[in-house]
Design a protein around this ligand. Structure first.
Ligand code: NAD
Length: 355
């Protein structure tokens, strides 16, 4: 298979962790007979320094014409004082909207060997945590009409969803479940919100096209509780923008290690943008100590969701698990007396274990 990948290292630890993810993709290409070409693009602070803006139209166009986008992270103290539209983070929003990415996949995956990092008790964790949150990204209350009374005595935010918006995110969730354990929990607040009642109806309709996937519905307050009470019951959770924002952060925290978690943003076609959930960590940039695993797992998600290379994605994920099981740790996931390796060495260890 031939694929053209836009690579946006960004700022801070971005270039360090991206280098390891690209090395992993190259290894996969060699082992499995694929041809991946990489085009490096600037965004965030790096683009401000070079072009004066966080994202140029030309960069967006190149990202759009690539088969997929792999991103490190943007931002840092150097650009903190800049005015709103010139902040590095604007590049992310511009990329998400410019590429039409309405679906955010956030896996919360915890390895058994890293159980101690989780704030949850070991009997609750059981065999580990492996939940995929599918969050609607471009609709709902964050994008509805905003009003502030002239005298500031009241304000409102409109929560609005169309059938089409619900349908397309539901399909992404059912498709993702088919690549996992075939179970979808749709989270809403249908006892109170009209948008949620429509959400529930549309998701149930879409489910008819996926008879092999089990669907259940859960109120958001209960879902927040169940995630810390019994996370093992979940496979894929699909929910609207604001609920997803909150639940995905909760789900990430229960795994205990920010340097291990990937994310994917998808649109209508196969293309998507893949990035770690953490930021540019300027405090450890350029020191060869950042954990590259979240970015490597993001690259694995690209193989699975954009290129349908499930076997290759699994090979990368298994290699990460093998390295963790063997006891190799970057400093952020090491407990007190464990020996640590740097970014490059961690990348090399994972590469060597890809079968
Ligand atoms: P951060 O995620 O960059 O860092 C939080 C803490 O986690 C830091 O102590 C950092 O050293 C550590 N950390 C993060 N990633 C790590 C990794 N891979 N390995 C080891 N340790 C890691 O969040 P922050 O400090 O709030 O933000 C720093 C900059 O990143 C800011 O400019 C912020 O705006 C930006 N940011 C960017 C994104 C993005 O590009 N998607 C997301 C969040 C924050």
């Amino acid at each position: 298979m031939k694929k053209h990948i836009a690579v946006i290292p960004g700022d801070g630890i971005g270039p360090d962790i991206i280098a390891e993810a690209v090395n992993v993709l190259e290894r996969v290409a060699t082992l499995y007979g694929h041809e991946f070409s990489f085009e490096y693009l600037l965004a965030g602070g790096a683009s401000i320094d070079e072009y004066g803006v966080p994202l140029t139209d030309e960069t967006l166009e190149k990202a759009r014409s690539a088969d997929s986008v792999l991103l490190g992270a943007v931002g840092g103290p150097k650009w903190d004082g800049m005015e709103g539209k010139l902040r590095p983070e604007k590049a992310l929003l511009a990329l998400r909207s410019g590429l039409g990415l309405f679906c955010n996949l956030r896996p919360a995956l915890m390895y058994k060997a890293l159980k101690d990092a989780s704030p949850l008790k070991s009997e609750i964790i059981g065999d580990g945590i492996d939940v995929m949150i599918v969050r609607e990204l471009t609709g709902g209350i964050y994008f509805g009409e905003k009003t502030l009374a002239v005298d500031s005595s009241w304000a409102s935010d409109l929560m609005k969803y169309s059938v089409e918006e619900i349908e397309r995110i539901a399909r992404k969730a059912f498709d993702a479940a088919r690549k996992r354990r075939c179970k979808v929990t749709s989270v809403d607040k249908a006892n109170v919100l009209e948008t949620s009642r429509l959400w529930r109806k549309v998701v149930s309709e879409v489910a008819k096209d996926y008879p092999d996937v089990e669907l259940n519905h859960m109120y958001v307050d209960n879902a927040a509780m169940q995630l810390v009470r019994n996370p093992g019951q979940f496979d894929v959770i699909v929910t609207e923008n604001m609920f997803g924002d909150i639940l995905s952060d909760e789900a990430s925290m229960i795994t205990g290690s920010i340097g291990m978690l990937s994310s994917a943003s998808l649109g209508n076609g196969k293309s998507g943008m893949y990035e770690p959930i953490h930021g540019s960590a300027p405090d450890i940039a350029g020191k060869d100590i950042a954990n590259p695993i979240a970015t490597i797992l993001s690259a694995a998600s690209m193989l699975r969701y954009s290129f349908d290379l499930d076997r290759e994605a699994k090979a990368v994920e298994d290699a990460v698990e093998a390295v963790i099981d063997e006891g190799w740790r970057t400093f952020d996931i090491a407990s007190k007396d464990e020996r640590t390796v740097g970014t490059k060495e961690m990348g090399a260890l994972i590469r060597e274990r890809i079968k």
